[in-house]
Design a protein around this ligand. Structure first.
Ligand code: ARG
Length: 561
């Protein structure tokens, strides 16, 4: 329900050039009503006394409908809403809302996110990347966009030469088959350590990678086997986080398009040779040149991204494409977007880089299977153990403790990646993230399960035939709760427009806190059946709204906890 417009509709007074919608604000305290209209701007416009205008306006307001009464105080018109009427209307709206909107009109958005380099373990930064991308994908889908999720895997480059060189020197097949990614990572780390004393090793790795690029049967087969192991591991981790991609086409695929890209840019007259390399000059745009082909003939990160963008446009005909990475890649995206623009690709205007701030764990906080920094697997294991610990004294009748622990663990991680604004840096306090108090995922999940449990109890009371008495929702707490749930779509649109999942998080947290305030003053299953029914409908609205918000921020709903 659009409460503000509904109030404005009841005002019969008009002033030219004044839009009441711009002026109407929520009242700061209940004694000043629910909304108020300051009349100072109008007073200036009409060269009148504000209080007189407030009185004039007030006398034209239609009372008895949604407005119960108006009061004029010091140049303001205070509107007191008829809470029964407004509550009934908001509830009717929310219960009828499919919560699937059509703003996107079926337009296609490609989102390139997660996009891990497969030669290395995933780390905490990948959690941030992956969850921001996934949340934005879900936000787009809620608004009726068709989303293509692309995991542009980093399956190209000398690091693979290093892993394979290490494997040939120190590895064995049975071990890698058995321990998979852990065995490969150990080889990679050992290789880097040894290479510090023996510089010929790096040449060896480069040579092996060259062989892979030339599809030498021996090395290419090992490379594919390595990639396969790494992809399976990435799939497994993403699966635990609840995420699935539509495309895994990565950098190696596009490295083979080097000649196409070079030909394409040469045809447009965009390239020049600089120190043996092929570049697109971007001096006119205050950027360093975009490197297209290295002097040794290899492709570059930008070349592969140019090839990928064109390929995706041809495949998906996207209306927009988002790329999610850390701030540090800003220049790269600006450069290749500009190159595509100079090449005359109209879709270049629809490419957008969504970049996030640093997301880190204090070093040494979680013991790492390798090196100093904890890997994503370490973090996920730690989170799971934490989740088990916080639920260990609880009994479950419907779910298994294992299911609950899984969902608590991943929700806490996902929530942490979204709660601060995308662009801001944040240090992740993983222990706090599992508290049932404060702004945490378990707090929100628990709030949700409480609704579930009340609704289950209410079901046994057989209230469905009872006439609803909305006056049971006249308390300020109930009314605040309804208002917190009202207008969900606007929040989703706002989060979409700003590419900002934290807007969803804030809204959900606000609802949870408001709900908990409501509980302290209200016995939901107390009073007459008609009163109970009104409170049940209110909780159904809260549940429905929270379920949508939870989904958008990658938090699981639980029916018990
Ligand atoms: N693999 C890259 C990295 O880990 C991120 C790729 C982002 N996407 C892209 N199309 N460049 O830094």
């Amino acid at each position: 329900m659009d409460i503000r417009n509904s109030i404005i509709r009841e005002i019969k007074y008009k002033v030219e050039n004044i839009n009441f919608n711009d002026l109407l604000i929520e009242s700061v305290s209940a004694d000043k009503g629910d909304y108020c209209l300051p009349c100072f701007a109008m007073a200036k416009e009409l060269k009148e006394n504000p209080n007189k205008i407030a009185n004039d306006i007030s006398s034209t307001v239609n009372v008895g409908g949604i407005v119960e009464k108006c009061e004029v105080v010091g140049g303001y018109v205070n509107f007191f809403l008829n809470r029964d009427v407004v509550s009934a209307e908001i509830i009717k709206d929310i219960l009828a809302d499919s919560m699937q909107y059509t703003d996107g009109d079926g337009k296609t958005i490609c989102i390139d996110y997660s996009s891990v380099n497969l030669a290395k373990y995933m780390h905490i930064g990948h959690l941030k990347n992956t969850i921001i991308g996934e949340s934005i994908a879900r936000i787009c889908e809620a608004l009726g966009y068709k989303v293509i999720r692309i995991n542009y895997i980093g399956d190209y480059g000398t690091p693979f030469g290093k892993i394979i060189a290490g494997y040939e020197m120190w590895g064995n097949k049975a071990d890698v088959d058995k321990r998979g990614i852990d065995a490969l990572q150990e080889l990679y780390v050992k290789f880097n350590q040894e290479a510090q004393n023996d510089p010929t090793l790096d040449d060896k790795a480069r040579e092996i990678f060259k062989q892979i690029e030339m599809k030498d049967p021996h090395y290419y087969a090992i490379y594919q086997w390595v990639i396969d192991i790494a992809v399976k591991e990435a799939e497994r981790l993403l699966g635990i986080l609840g995420i699935k991609f539509d495309s895994w086409r990565g950098e190696s695929y596009y490295s083979e398009k080097l000649d196409d890209v070079v030909g394409y840019l040469q045809n447009k007259g965009l390239t020049k040779v600089s120190e043996g390399a092929l570049v697109v000059d971007l001096e006119d745009y205050d950027m360093p040149p975009c490197l297209i082909r290295r002097s040794d003939g290899a492709s570059l990160y930008a070349t592969r991204d140019i090839a990928a963008a064109i390929d995706r446009y041809n495949t998906y005909h996207f209306d927009q494409m988002f790329y999610v990475t850390g701030h540090e890649q800003m220049l790269h995206f600006k450069q290749f977007f500009k190159v595509l623009d100079l090449a005359g690709e109209e879709f270049a205007n629809n490419l957008e880089h969504i970049h996030y701030g640093l997301f880190s764990l204090p070093t040494g906080k979680i013991s790492s299977r390798l090196g100093k920094q904890a890997t994503l697997v370490d973090i996920m294991d730690y989170a799971h153990a934490k989740a088990e610990e916080v639920i260990k004294d609880r009994t479950f009748n419907i779910l298994t403790p294992e299911e609950v622990a899984d969902k608590v663990a991943r929700s806490a991680l996902n929530y942490s990646a979204l709660k601060v604004e995308v662009g801001k840096d944040c240090v992740f306090d993983i222990d706090k993230a599992f508290s049932f108090e404060g702004e945490t995922a378990p707090y929100m999940q628990y709030t949700y399960t409480r609704i579930e449990s009340i609704l289950r109890k209410a079901k046994d009371m057989n209230l469905s035939e009872v006439k609803v008495d909305y006056s049971a929702l006249n308390s300020t707490e109930a009314f605040e709760l309804l208002k917190a749930c009202n207008g969900l779509k606007l929040t989703i649109v706002n989060a979409y427009t700003k590419r900002e999942p934290s807007i969803i998080v804030k809204r959900a947290m606000d609802i949870c806190k408001t709900l908990n305030k409501f509980y302290t003053n209200t016995k939901v299953l107390g009073g007459s059946n008609s009163e109970i029914m009104a409170k049940i409908e209110l909780l159904q609205c809260v549940k429905k709204t929270l379920a949508v918000l939870f989904r958008l921020m990658c938090i699981d709903t639980l029916i018990e906890m």
